[in-house]
Design a protein around this ligand. Structure first.
Ligand code: HEC
Ligand code: HEC
Length: 456
């Protein structure tokens, strides 16, 4: 390696230590690790772990948080689009179910991995950031529940945990097939017979949970009727935040002066900066926590949005859905790239199956969108769902609208990369894998208080 390259590597490492993209001139960002209180007590973490794996939290008792964020699939589900309640099995073997119990539709977006949640810079959660920290709100947060969001949620991760249980497709079920889905269908989340109260009652009827809640919240629990879903959400957040930290990759070791990254990965690290990736993927966790339109191909049943001239709701406007600002159309949050090697497929709808394909996307984002190869999607098959799954990418007008948004993105421009450059960048991305995250089997409990199965 020549002397210029060595100099560039030292410069990049020096800037990365203080958490800045190389060209940034602002003050260093705050520390990127969660505080002690957000980590929770040992008892809260254990309660949260059991709740995370317990299908009791779903209307039809057939799916848990872990189904879509399983340790065996590195806290994602290894699918392009998640398969919610009604599906069977895990990861690549998950099916869309059959007969009466089959899923009604696929989940609209890709299940993100849950590493490094709770770090102070992550002010927004979800691909569109619809859950966000906002000191102006009484609860401290913006969320889809608006003023119905209860007080007492410890952090943004706990706020997020209130919502999967309120989604018909993810966990609650359809129509009036159970009492939770019926409350969802009525739009009743926070009322005395709303989703959160009904779930608290379910938990209070399971003997094993009383001792666990009492141990986790000794000052707040005298009888099982004191259990609230707010406590459950806080415990789940404590579990997620404390368990899935991934900050000790070869990249971090290199930052500490140990020479562990390969020459190819080191070249990739310099290219990652020179090719403008750090403009959006800057800082120690490789995210600016902002929203950008990068011409990402879009597949699936959509979020109910429509470009002019369409009325089938098969599109996903991304950030605009949260801000109502048309300038935010097709923008999605820049994801952290920690452990990215372990969490394919990539993008908000899981359009790209491999790291190589998503890195190559940046050579010519719009060309890549236009020539998108749908054969790479990872979706369990169900014929009657397949016909609608790709329609967005089959319609030039809609593809054109996504391309237009990307043309207006100031930080996105075609990047000249040779096949060797792409390979080096992929090697760099692999140097962001924390070896401790490769085998997460230890996170799986042997059983949960409801007695429901853990691995389908
Ligand atoms: C059916 C699959 C499914 C289930 C079940 C599920 N999730 Fe998710 N999760 C997703 C998808 C898909 C997203 C992204 C949704 C979006 O951005 O609109 C997501 C997003 C998240 C996020 C945000 C991560 C980020 O970086 O923004 C967290 C945290 C999370 N889920 C935790 C949970 C918890 C806790 C539960 C159980 C209470 C749960 N999930 C149940 C699929 C699922
Ligand atoms: C303009 C900002 C921007 C730039 C520049 C940028 N990215 Fe991204 N990147 C994003 C956004 C936003 C997403 C998520 C898009 C989505 O979900 O639709 C993303 C997604 C990714 C992903 C997938 C992560 C996942 O978990 O799904 C990888 C890998 C990635 N980018 C690598 C790179 C590389 C390598 C470069 C430089 C060649 C780069 N990015 C340049 C904003 C950017």
């Amino acid at each position: 390696m020549n002397i210029f390259m060595q100099k560039k590597i030292r410069l990049f490492l020096a800037f990365s230590v203080i958490g800045l993209p190389c060209h940034a001139t602002t003050l260093p960002s705050p520390p990127d690790t969660p505080s002690e209180t957000e980590m929770g007590t040992t008892e809260q973490i254990e309660l949260g772990r059991l709740l995370f794996f317990d299908k009791e939290l779903s209307g039809n008792r057939n799916i848990s948080c872990a189904t879509c964020h399983h340790p065996l699939t590195h806290t994602g589900d290894s699918l392009s689009l998640s398969v919610g309640e009604g599906g069977q099995g895990l990861g690549a073997f998950r099916t869309t179910g059959s007969g009466y119990d089959a899923i009604a539709e696929r989940v609209h977006r890709n299940s993100p991995a849950l590493f490094n949640l709770g770090q102070p810079n992550a002010t927004h959660l979800f691909h569109d950031g619809r859950v966000a920290i906002d000191p102006e709100q009484e609860s401290g947060f913006i969320s889809p529940a608006g003023s119905d969001l209860p007080l007492g949620l410890n952090n943004i991760v706990a706020v997020q945990a209130m919502f999967p249980v309120t989604s018909a497709t993810e966990m609650a079920g359809q129509g009036d097939e159970n009492e939770i889905s019926a409350a969802v269908a009525n739009g009743d989340l926070a009322g005395p017979s709303g989703v959160w109260e009904l779930l608290a009652q379910r938990l209070s009827h399971i003997p094993g949970y009383f001792d666990l809640f009492k141990a986790a919240y000794p000052d707040q629990i005298d009888s099982s009727t004191d259990i609230t879903f707010i406590m459950a959400a806080n415990a789940i957040a404590a579990f997620e935040i404390s368990t899935w930290s991934a900050r000790n990759a070869p990249f971090d070791q290199q930052l500490r002066g140990e020479n562990v990254m390969s020459d190819s990965a080191l070249r990739g690290m310099v290219l990652f900066n020179e090719k403008g990736c750090t403009g959006c993927h800057g800082g120690p966790l490789q995210s600016d926590n902002r929203f950008h339109a990068i011409a990402m191909p879009q597949i699936g049943p959509g979020e109910g949005d429509n470009t002019d001239g369409f009325s089938d709701g098969l599109e996903d406007f991304g950030r605009e859905r949260a801000t109502m600002d048309i300038a935010d159309r097709y923008k999605f949050r820049t994801p952290s790239l920690r452990n990215v090697e372990l969490t394919a497929p990539y993008g908000h709808a899981g359009a790209y199956a491999t790291l190589e394909n998503i890195v190559r996307h940046y050579i010519n984002p719009i060309g890549s969108l236009m020539n998108y190869d749908q054969n790479q999607v990872v979706l369990p098959s169900r014929v009657d769902l397949d016909s609608i799954d790709f329609v967005v990418m089959d319609t030039p007008l809609r593809v054109g609208a996504i391309a237009q948004a990307a043309l207006r993105e100031p930080q996105l421009r075609p990047v000249n990369m040779t096949p060797d450059d792409v390979a080096d960048i992929v090697e760099f991305l692999k140097a962001l894998t924390d070896p401790e995250s490769i085998d997460l089997t230890d996170n799986i409990p042997y059983s949960v208080p409801s007695g429901l199965p853990i691995i389908d």
